[in-house]
Design a protein. Structure first.
Ligand SMILES: *[C@@H]1O[C@H](CO)[C@@H](O)[C@H](O)[C@H]1NC(C)=O
Ligand SMILES: *[C@@H]1O[C@H](CO)[C@@H](O)[C@H](O)[C@H]1NC(C)=O
Ligand SMILES: *[C@@H]1O[C@H](CO)[C@@H](O)[C@H](O)[C@H]1NC(C)=O
Ligand SMILES: *[C@@H]1O[C@H](CO)[C@@H](O)[C@H](O)[C@H]1NC(C)=O
Ligand SMILES: *[C@@H]1O[C@H](CO)[C@@H](O)[C@H](O)[C@H]1NC(C)=O
Ligand SMILES: *[C@@H]1O[C@H](CO)[C@@H](O)[C@H](O)[C@H]1NC(C)=O
Length: 423
């Protein structure tokens, strides 16, 4: 109390009076009505004895009964205006409830958090959610919602988590209106159509739409402050536009694996100032463009380009990337010899001239030929470096060398058919 300024003190008095009111304040009738309607949409047989909803008893006032054996959980009331409480939070996570959300009018104008994660709700995401004009966090993750995402959602949202349902239809263009959105999770649904331009979402830092059926090309731009982007396992086609990478300057994690992307990997991926992890496995990329600075300024730590259709010699510049520690180029069509720099980067576990070591180097399933670079021969199986050179065209790579694991070398005939220059 000693250092309370007058304005703090005034604030303290208000909070204190509100707390006193809370002890006997009644819930706004509109909120009570909305709770009743929500409760009516929940299937009774899914409300197990002892579960949160089983304590809801509308013969008493919800907000006034929070510390009794009724309404023991699920709601939070902390806006009190002249003795009338407003509900700010409805959270019924992992409770096993089923039913429909549509039967409620969602007249809860003070609600900030609605979290029904991990239940069995089916049907649609009600359009009446748009009445929740103070809602910041909406999580309906892990339910069985199976209609499309409504065009209208509260503009106040900061987190929208609709992942792991059965939502269909497109990702609505109108999500671009949710200008305060920071986190958007739509992964694990059946969303289809093209992914919309969300250029107005300048607060969005996390976007996951993996495991859907999104098709068409990547949008021309992504939200400018994105840090993590995952669109894994969709049906995206076309290339990765260089602009797209350049414009998202804060991007650290990019996962576009399991799509149908093709053409070349833009050099911007390897000159980007923040990218740490790129996962582009299981696409149809065909070649890698070497960046002018050889990736010397790259922050990349992990690069997975496995299971594509990439040809040519191994990208030598990746042996010089300072922070690159895990590289997978497995199951492509690389040929030529293994750069000595790769071997040195794997062997020199204390780093070498500002270039940190490889901890994982997966090169199996290509058409690499020639001798195993000398430095590899120093490596013992307990060295902690994971290396796979199997299933290539190397001159001698017996299984007695642990790094030759991952399959026996291809037959000379297969190798010569692919690349006649093999000696
Ligand atoms: C479900 O339970 C509520 C509260 O216990 C009760 O009022 C309502 O009649 C029940 N509905 C059905 C369909 O049994
Ligand atoms: C969603 O599921 C409900 C209940 O299982 C079903 O009646 C409805 O037809 C489904 N809607 C769609 C669009 O599949
Ligand atoms: C891709 O998503 C589908 C369903 O959307 C799932 O069944 C499949 O296992 C996923 N594949 C991968 C490789 O993640
Ligand atoms: C990928 O593209 C090819 C050629 O355009 C097409 O035949 C194939 O069906 C596509 N695969 C997927 C999963 O979209
Ligand atoms: C991306 O940025 C780099 C470095 O600022 C620049 O050299 C390159 O031309 C840019 N690429 C595109 C496609 O704008
Ligand atoms: C990359 O390596 C440099 C020098 O070792 C280090 O200062 C920097 O923090 C590393 N970047 C990341 C993203 O780990």
């Amino acid at each position: 109390m000693a250092n309370l300024s007058p304005s703090n003190f005034f604030h303290f008095i208000i909070v204190f009076m509100d707390l006193c009111f809370l002890a006997y304040s009644v819930t706004h009738w509109e909120d009570t009505q909305a709770l009743k309607q929500f409760r009516n949409g929940v299937v009774n047989t899914s409300v197990n004895p002892g579960s949160c909803l089983s304590t809801w008893d509308f013969t008493v006032d919800p907000c006034d009964s929070l510390s009794t054996e009724k309404f023991t959980c699920g709601i939070r009331c902390d806006v009190v205006i002249s003795g009338i409480s407003r509900i700010t939070e409805l959270t019924l996570d992992r409770a096993g409830y089923s039913g429909s959300l549509d039967s409620s009018s969602w007249n809860l104008p003070y609600l900030q958090t609605l979290d029904l994660t991990n239940n069995f709700f089916t049907g649609s995401i009600p359009g009446s959610f748009s009445r929740l004009t103070r809602l910041q966090r909406l999580s309906l993750s892990i339910n069985s919602l199976n209609e499309s995402i409504p065009d209208s959602l509260p503009d106040s949202l900061e987190e929208l988590l609709l992942d792991n349902n059965k939502l269909q239809g497109p990702v609505p263009k109108t999500l671009n209106r949710l200008k305060t959105l920071k986190r958007l999770e739509l992964q694990g649904n059946q969303l289809s159509g093209e992914f919309p331009e969300l250029s107005q979402l300048s607060s969005l830092y996390f976007l996951d739409v993996s495991n859907n059926a999104i098709s068409g090309y990547l949008p021309a731009t992504f939200p400018v402050n994105l840090i993590e982007l995952a669109m894994r396992n969709n049906s995206l086609q076309g290339n990765i536009p260089a602009n797209l990478i350049n414009n998202s300057v804060y991007l650290q994690v990019l996962d576009l694996s399991y799509n149908n992307l093709t053409d070349s990997l833009p050099p911007e991926l390897f000159t980007h100032p923040s990218l740490q992890q790129i996962t582009l496995a299981y696409n149809r990329f065909r070649w890698i463009q070497t960046p002018v600075d050889w990736g010397r300024n790259s922050e990349l730590i992990a690069v997975d380009l496995s299971n594509n259709d990439i040809r040519g010699s191994l990208p030598g510049f990746m042996g010089w990337m300072p922070n690159l520690s895990a590289l997978s180029l497995e199951n492509n069509k690389f040929s030529g010899v293994i750069p000595t720099q790769y071997a040195l980067k794997a062997v020199m576990q204390n780093g070498l001239g500002g270039v940190g070591p490889f901890e994982r180097l997966l090169l199996g399933g290509n058409y690499l030929f020639g001798l195993i670079p000398g430095p590899f021969l120093q490596l013992k199986s307990g060295s902690g470096v994971m290396i796979r050179l199997g299933d290539n065209c190397l001159y001698e790579c017996p299984a007695s060398f642990y790094f030759c694991g991952g399959g026996v070398q291809k037959s000379l005939m297969e190798c010569k058919t692919f690349t006649p220059v093999i000696p």
